[in-house]
Design a protein around this ligand. Sequence first.
Ligand SMILES: *[C@@H]1O[C@H](CO)[C@@H](O)[C@H](O)[C@H]1NC(C)=O
Ligand SMILES: *[C@@H]1O[C@H](CO)[C@@H](O)[C@H](O)[C@H]1NC(C)=O
Ligand SMILES: *[C@@H]1O[C@H](CO)[C@@H](O)[C@H](O)[C@H]1NC(C)=O
Ligand SMILES: *[C@@H]1O[C@H](CO)[C@@H](O)[C@H](O)[C@H]1NC(C)=O
Ligand SMILES: *[C@@H]1O[C@H](CO)[C@@H](O)[C@H](O)[C@H]1NC(C)=O
Ligand SMILES: *[C@@H]1O[C@H](CO)[C@@H](O)[C@H](O)[C@H]1NC(C)=O
Ligand SMILES: *[C@@H]1O[C@H](CO)[C@@H](O)[C@H](O)[C@H]1NC(C)=O
Ligand SMILES: *[C@@H]1O[C@H](CO)[C@@H](O)[C@H](O)[C@H]1NC(C)=O
Ligand SMILES: *[C@@H]1O[C@H](CO)[C@@H](O)[C@H](O)[C@H]1NC(C)=O
Ligand SMILES: *[C@@H]1O[C@H](CO)[C@@H](O)[C@H](O)[C@H]1NC(C)=O
Ligand SMILES: *[C@@H]1O[C@H](CO)[C@@H](O)[C@H](O)[C@H]1NC(C)=O
Ligand SMILES: *[C@@H]1O[C@H](CO)[C@@H](O)[C@H](O)[C@H]1NC(C)=O
Length: 735
Amino acid sequence: MKHLHLLGLLLLSCPCLLLCTVTPVVVGIRREAEALVKWKASLDSADDSFGSWSMANSASLCRWTYITCDSARHIKELSIFKASLNGTLDEFDFSAFPQLKSLYLLDTGLYGTIPAGIGNLTSLVMLEIHRSPYLRGAIPRSIGQLKHLALLHLTFLGLNGTLPEEIGNLTKLEKLELHSVTLTGSIPPTIGMLGKLQELRLVGNNLTGSIPMEIGNMTQLQIMELESNYLEGQLPGTIFHLVKLLFMTLSENQLVGTISPELGNSSLWDIDIAHNNFSGLFPPSICVAGKLSAVSAGHNGFTGIHRQTFQNCTTLELVDFTANNIVAELSDCFSEHPEQLKTMSFSQNQVHGTLLTDRGEDFLCNCTHLHLLDLSNNALHGGLSKCFWKLQYLQFLDLSSNSFSGVVPFSTTCQERLKYLLLANNNFTGTFSLGLKKCRNLTTLDLGGNSFSGTIPSWVSMSLPELNFLRLSSNMFDGIIPHEILQFRQLQVLDLSKNKLTGPIPDDFTNFTGMAQEQNNNDFTYSDAYSYQVKIQIVWKNADRLYIVVIAGMAGIDLSGNSLSQEIPNGFTTLLGLRYLNLSGNHLSGCIPEDIGNLVLLESLDLSRNQLRGEIPRGFADLKSISNLNLSTNMLSGRIPMGDQLRTLDDPSIYSNNLGLCGSPLEDCVSSSTPTQAETSLDEDRETLWFYCFVAAGFISGFWLYLGFLFRSETWRYSFYQYVDNMQAKDLIVW
Ligand SMILES: *[C@@H]1O[C@H](CO)[C@@H](O)[C@H](O)[C@H]1NC(C)=O
Ligand SMILES: *[C@@H]1O[C@H](CO)[C@@H](O)[C@H](O)[C@H]1NC(C)=O
Ligand SMILES: *[C@@H]1O[C@H](CO)[C@@H](O)[C@H](O)[C@H]1NC(C)=O
Ligand SMILES: *[C@@H]1O[C@H](CO)[C@@H](O)[C@H](O)[C@H]1NC(C)=O
Ligand SMILES: *[C@@H]1O[C@H](CO)[C@@H](O)[C@H](O)[C@H]1NC(C)=O
Ligand SMILES: *[C@@H]1O[C@H](CO)[C@@H](O)[C@H](O)[C@H]1NC(C)=O
Ligand SMILES: *[C@@H]1O[C@H](CO)[C@@H](O)[C@H](O)[C@H]1NC(C)=O
Ligand SMILES: *[C@@H]1O[C@H](CO)[C@@H](O)[C@H](O)[C@H]1NC(C)=O
Ligand SMILES: *[C@@H]1O[C@H](CO)[C@@H](O)[C@H](O)[C@H]1NC(C)=O
Ligand SMILES: *[C@@H]1O[C@H](CO)[C@@H](O)[C@H](O)[C@H]1NC(C)=O
Ligand SMILES: *[C@@H]1O[C@H](CO)[C@@H](O)[C@H](O)[C@H]1NC(C)=O
Ligand SMILES: *[C@@H]1O[C@H](CO)[C@@H](O)[C@H](O)[C@H]1NC(C)=O
């Protein structure tokens, strides 16, 4: 009885205990489960990974996918990633999750907008929504209610609203990243209230207006990335008061004005202000604090740097002032601590003077760790020092388009790391130096537009097996083109134009594989720690073109403006990746190779100013990419083939000054049923030409021997031409 009494007491008190403490938890958990199930039901679709999400299963909520609970069995983290889910957040009852600390929605198919209700997640510390390109609208103002938020990452969304000023209410925020979510409008000054912020990344949006001066209030900031927006106006001076700032990226905006000398006092490691409209002199001293390692200031309007600008920079590794208006001599600028420097570009400025010091050394030789040096397109003159070849880390050297002169002092050593050597458009003299023989890893060699002379050595392909790009144009090279040139297995661009080369074009293309198929690699980009745009000049569609970066898939041969003779080798037609071929202005004779139509990627073909004979091969109709053609000033005759793409080239001058071409865009061919006197003689001429062409095209030799036999009889010869003519007529009908 006593026992029963006790038990009764226990039974009476237990529900009380349950009611008093456990029930609200159970109710809360049930509400969370209901909210998730309701949201799931609202989706257009959700994959099997959400199978556990059902009320029948609500007792085990904490074991549902994508959910992590706290010790009180409330959901503390909802992390949906890579789920095949399609739907909106409209039916998501955020107020059901007052305990939620982390919400991650990564790579989902969410569309619609971010609901204002998100402001009810009052315990939230981490919020990350990544890659939902159909999520539109603005960041709701209620975001300001997330008082505990420390991390807000919204990346790769399709938003199209502004950054609300309530962002300033998130005073516990440490990391704010809004990357490529296409925010519009300006950065609200309230951002300065984020006194705990360490990382601010607003990259790749459509932000306009100026950078608010209040940004200088974010005293804990270490990383500030605002690149790729439309920010304008001057840089607020307060920015340099951010004593903890290490990385600042403002590139690709429309910022103007000068850079305050206070930059020198900052503790920055890395400053990137490229592609803006900054101007004036660069600050006289940028390394007072002494930690700077990279200054990327290309594509602005800076007019000068001070001699002592880099004086105390003991850690400087990268200096990029490409494409400014800098008028300066560089010789003293890096004299103090040159050994750290790895990357230096002053390309496209007005840098003048020489690279040699008074003692004939030049100053760059103390930059023993240089990887990349680009001084192209400046006004430098004088000779080069031998010491270039001792820079054992050098991978990229571009001195093109200056006024350097003299013999390039190649030494017997060439550092194996050297991959890009660009000396074009100077006044260098001397021969194709044996010193290059050791540069075994060279991929790009441009000596064009100088006064180099002598022959092209036969060792070049054996010694430089990695070469992709070889340009020797506009020099005074003479002699024949060595047949070894066709031993380059990786060459994609060969430009020997405008020299004094003679003899035939070598013709065994078996090993010349670099152009044998479409290439999609980006071999003309240089990237080390720092990716860099390589500029190489090629003549493309009769216009000089400075190729900025990536000539993905570019393949071409230019042998124009020499004195090359004999036939065009049929082997060219095996170079299926070829996009341009220029053989103009030589003494080439014979016919155009029959199989030229194989070159379906060929966009530009110039065979003008030679002595080519015969008809234009029917295969021309297959040149489906051709957009630039010149066959003028040859001895071609017959009907111009018709093809869909060829038809678009309707400028008659591209066929002008030949023996007798007819058909669109020239005059119609006169019907052969009423041959005029001229036609008859032309026909006779054509017969000999056909004969000739089959020899030139290297028609299958067995067949040729057979025909040779037949041709002894005039009758057979006549029927053969009849046959050929009929074949042509047939094909014309098909076209
Ligand atoms: C998502 O659902 C909407 C509406 O049913 C539909 O228009 C859209 O194509 C779906 N998207 C995907 C990626 O399935
Ligand atoms: C919070 O949720 C309630 C519904 O539970 C809603 O009425 C309210 O608008 C939400 N608060 C905000 C700021 O959106
Ligand atoms: C952002 O700018 C780009 C380029 O100007 C434009 O195409 C796009 O529509 C803009 N997006 C928004 C949301 O304004
Ligand atoms: C954002 O995009 C939506 C849908 O495309 C459009 O209705 C809305 O007007 C846009 N808002 C802004 C501020 O551009
Ligand atoms: C939130 O931000 C708005 C706009 O900046 C401001 O007016 C409001 O006072 C802030 N609220 C709180 C509680 O700080
Ligand atoms: C924030 O920055 C502004 C402008 O630089 C300044 O006037 C103000 O005093 C700063 N506020 C705080 C709290 O530091
Ligand atoms: C740099 O800091 C020093 C010491 O604090 C100060 O004297 C000097 O004026 C500052 N220079 C600039 C340009 O702000
Ligand atoms: C470099 O440091 C020295 C010694 O501290 C100082 O006298 C000089 O002014 C500094 N130069 C520059 C350009 O910062
Ligand atoms: C290069 O370094 C050497 C040895 O450290 C030094 O004697 C020489 O003056 C430096 N040359 C230049 C141009 O700074
Ligand atoms: C140069 O090329 C050789 C192979 O030809 C390779 O073994 C070597 O690692 C390369 N050196 C550099 C520095 O790239
Ligand atoms: C190039 O150098 C040669 C020989 O030194 C000289 O005759 C010629 O004038 C120079 N050409 C230019 C454009 O400087
Ligand atoms: C192609 O290269 C191989 C190997 O180097 C060589 O033996 C062969 O003679 C070359 N063929 C031609 C046609 O040059």
